[in-house]
Design a protein around this ligand. Structure first.
Ligand code: URA
Length: 222
C-alpha cells in the first residue's frame, strides 16, 4: 500500500488544492518556462531540452538527482531511463507513491560527450552545476518540501556543501536550512553499476534509506 493514504496524511504529501496551491503552481510554471530557455552553460546546445522537475507543487518530499540521461533528454521528464526504473522499484519497495513526491535534478540539461556509438552520459562539471543552481533553488523555494532526499554525491554536495561525505553520512538525518528534514542516499545509477558486487547490497541500502524517508514523513504527519 502506498504511504499517502487519506485525510491528514494525504495533505502533507500533496497539499490538497486551494488558492495557495494555485499560486505556487503559477510560480512553478513561470520558473519552468524560464528554465526551458536557459542558455547559462553550454549544455543547452547539445541537449534536446531542459528537463525540469516533476510532481505536485505542494509535495512534502523532494528527491534531487544528478542530471538527465538520454531518455530524460528525449522525453523532458526526470528519472524515466534505466536509473529511473530502478528508482521507481525502490520507491515501490519503500512504499512511497511517486505520483505524490517531487522529483528533480541538480543539473537540468543532459551532460554528454560524443562517442562512436552516439553521445554518452558524463558527470556534470562544477561550472554547469553552478550555472544551474538557480533552478533547483527556485524549485525548493516554491515547493518548500518538508523532506529533501539527495540521490547521490552530486546532489548532496550541491545542497549540503562540497565537503559532504556521502558514504560516511548517507542515511542520516542532517542539519540544513534547505528543509526541516534532509537525508542523502546512494544514486540509483550507482546501485545499477554495483549490481554484481559481492560486497554490499546497494539496492537494499537505497531501499532502507527510502524507508527512513517514508517513516519520517509519517512521523511528521502523526
Ligand atoms: N536520470 C535523472 O533524471 N537523473 C539522474 O540523476 C539520473 C538519471
Amino acid at each position: 500500500m502506498a504511504f499517502a493514504l487519506a485525510g491528514k496524511r494525504e495533505r502533507i504529501i500533496s497539499g490538497g488544492g486551494g488558492p495557495e496551491v494555485d499560486d505556487r503552481r503559477a510560480r512553478w510554471e513561470a520558473v519552468r518556462l524560464a528554465a526551458a530557455g536557459c542558455q547559462d552553460c553550454p549544455l543547452w546546445e547539445i541537449g534536446t531540452q531542459t528537463v525540469f522537475g516533476a510532481g505536485p507543487v505542494d509535495a512534502g518530499i523532494m528527491f534531487v538527482g544528478e542530471a538527465p540521461g538520454r531518455l530524460e533528454d528525449e522525453s523532458g521528464q526526470p528519472f524515466v531511463g534505466p536509473a529511473g526504473q530502478l528508482f521507481d522499484r525502490a520507491l515501490l519497495d519503500a512504499q512511497i507513491d511517486r505520483s505524490r513526491v517531487y522529483v528533480t535534478n541538480t543539473v537540468k540539461h543532459r551532460p554528454s560527450v560524443a562517442s562512436p556509438g552516439g553521445r554518452k552520459n558524463r558527470a556534470p562539471k562544477q561550472s554547469e552545476i553552478t550555472a544551474c543552481a538557480q533552478w533547483l533553488d527556485r524549485e525548493i523555494a516554491i515547493i518548500q518540501p518538508r523532506i529533501i532526499c539527495c540521490l547521490g554525491a552530486v546532489a548532496a554536495k550541491r545542497l549540503l556543501g562540497k565537503d559532504f561525505a556521502l558514504m560516511k553520512r548517507r542515511g542520516e538525518w542532517l542539519e540544513s536550512d534547505i528543509a526541516p528534514h534532509v537525508l542523502a542516499t546512494v544514486h540509483p545509477s550507482f546501485v545499477m553499476l554495483q549490481r554484481n558486487s559481492a560486497e554490499a547490497d546497494w539496492y537494499g541500502v537505497l531501499v532502507s534509506d527510502l524507508v527512513r524517508v517514508r517513516d519520517r514523513s509519517l512521523e511528521i504527519m502523526a
